[in-house]
Design a protein around this ligand. Sequence first.
Ligand code: ADP
Ligand code: MN
Ligand code: MN
Ligand code: MN
Length: 386
Amino acid sequence: MTTASASSHLNKTVRQQYMSLPQGGKCQVTYIWIDNNGQDLHSKTRTLETEPKSIEAPLRLKLSFIIIQIEIPEWSFCEICRFQQDQKFYREMFLIPACMFRDPFTLDPNKLVLCEVLKNDRLPSETNHRMGCKKVMDQVKEHQIWFGMEQEYTLLGMDGHPFGWPQWGFPAPQGPYHCGVGADKAVGRDIVDCHYKACLYAGIRICGANAEAMQSQWEFQVGPCEGIEMGDQLWVARFLLHRVCEDFGVLATLDPKPVEGNWNGAGGHMNVSTKQMREEGGLQYIEQAIEKLSKRHKEHIKVYDPHGGQDNVRRLTGHHETANINKFTAGVADRFASIRIPLQVSHDNKGYFEDRRPAANCDPYLVTKAIASTCLLDDVEQVRGC
Ligand code: ADP
Ligand code: MN
Ligand code: MN
Ligand code: MN
C-alpha cells in the first residue's frame, strides 16, 4: 500500500459545511503562478469586493480619460532563488493577471487567475515564457494556428513509488493497461474523473482522458486552442490536476520517464493546424511545415523539456512509441516518428499534424512558440527560449 498525505485524511464531510456558507457578496480570487524551476505551481488567495467579469477593465472605463480601473489588481510575492548547493536569496516579484477561470474547489463566484511573473524592473522573469510566446502568436495571428496537447502523467504515492504498484516489485508487464478497465488494470481513476469535471467547471477546453500504457499512468487532452490560449489552458489544467491529487493524498509527476526499463515514458504530444491546413487540400501545408521542422530538430529538442533536452533523453529512445532524440523522422500513422500525420488526416487530405517530441514536463508556451515560429515565421531566431 502507498501511504497518503496527512491532508487527505482530513474530514471532507465537515469541510462541506463551511464550503456551503454564504460569502457576503465578496469574491475569493486565487492567483496562480509558475515557479522559477519552470515546473512547479504556486497559488495564494485574496478577497475582492465584487466578482470580476474579466481580466481587462470594462470598455467604458477604458474610454473614460480618468483612471483605468483594473478589475483584478496586480499582486506580488517573495520568490526564493536557489543556486548551487544551499545558497539562496529572496526577491520581490510582480504577479500580473493573464487569464481567468471559475474555481471548481470553492465554486462560483470565486475565480482562479493565472499570472505572469515580472521582476522588479517589470521585465519577465527567467521562466516567464508567456510574454515571448504571446509576441509570436500575435505575429502569426492571420494563420489562426490551433493547438491540442496531450498531457501524460504518472500517479505516485507519497513515498514516490507509482501509486498502487506492489511495494517491492512491479505489476504485470505492459499491454493491458492502455485504456484499460478493471481493478487489476486501471489505478487511480477517481483522480482522473474528478480532474475532468474540475476542468469542465473551470472552463478548460479539456477534450478527453484515457489510461496510459504503464499502470498508474494517465493522459488528458486539452484543445483545440488558438495561439496563446494553449499555454494558458494547459498550465491551469496542470494546477487543477495537482490540486485534485492533493485532496486524495496522491502525487502526479510529469517526469518524462518515471520508471526506468520496459515501461513507457510520459509525453506532451502537441497537435497543430493552421487555417490553410484545415481547408481542402491542406495536407500540402502540413508537409511544408514538417519540412521546416526537419531543419530545426535540435533547437526544438532544446525547448521541449525544462532542462535543454536532458529530461527527454531518458524518454526519446526509439522504443516505447517514441522516436530517437537524435533523429528527425515523420510519417503517416507512425507512432515511432518525431512527427505523425494521423491516418484520418492523410485520408481527408487536410487536418493537423502531431509533434510527439515534447516531454510531459515541457512548458507549452515554449513548445507552441517554437512550432509557430519555425512553421510560420522566417525569422528563425524566434525559436529560442527567453
Ligand atoms: P492520439 O491519437 O495521438 O492519442 P488524442 O486523441 O489523445 O490523440 O489527442 C488528439 C489531440 O489533437 C487533442 O488534444 C485535440 O484537441 C487535438 N486536435 C484535434 N484536432 C485538431 C486540429 N485541427 N488542430 C490542432 N489540434 C487538434
Ligand atoms: Mn493521446
Ligand atoms: Mn498517450
Ligand atoms: Mn498522441
